[in-house]
Write a protein that binds this ligand. Structure first.
Ligand SMILES: [Fe+2]
Ligand SMILES: [Fe+2]
Length: 151
């Protein structure tokens, strides 16, 4: 179910994440221009924006397993290299923005690499995830038995 609040939380988490990165970038610029105090202020605020993004993600994702995190990461990176960046690249080429087109191509390769790496990590951890699922199932069954005796 996609409620408006879920959509808002997604937008809020994206916005706070973007602010986090943007302020770190601004800090870099301020520092390079000799404004150490301004750079520090940007970095302090960036840290708070990161916590805001975490808060939104916590509400959005709830109880999420490591396996699900890896699956979500693979989905996200796959979307980037199969859909998002190819369409950005096409648009940039159409508009004659050579730098943006080549950046998009670079991002296609990076996202593909990230997806591949996450998939390898998932595969490597699969046995541990399966063992964990078995333990959890056993716990659930034990609780179910206790529950039955309490009824
Ligand atoms: Fe914020
Ligand atoms: Fe990536």
């Amino acid at each position: 179910m996609t409620s408006e609040t879920i959509i808002n939380l997604e937008a809020a988490s994206a916005g706070e994440s973007a602010a986090h990165v943007k302020y770190l970038y601004f800090a870099k610029i301020a520092r390079a221009q000799g404004f150490e105090d301004v750079a520090k202020h940007f970095e302090d605020t960036a840290k708070q924006e990161l916590l805001h993004a975490f808060g939104h993600l916590e509400l959005l994702l709830g109880d999420i397993t490591t396996k699900q995190c890896l699956e979500k990461a693979i989905d996200g990176e796959t979307y980037e290299f199969t859909t998002m960046y190819p369409s950005f690249k096409e648009k940039a080429e159409f508009e004659g923005n050579v730098a943006a087109a080549s950046e998009a191509q670079h991002q296609i390769e990076e996202s593909k690499r990230h997806a591949r790496e996450f998939a390898a990590v998932l595969k490597k951890a699969e046995k541990r995830f399966a063992a964990l699922a078995k333990v959890e199932k056993r716990h659930a069954e034990a609780y179910q038995q206790i529950w039955e005796t309490l009824k």
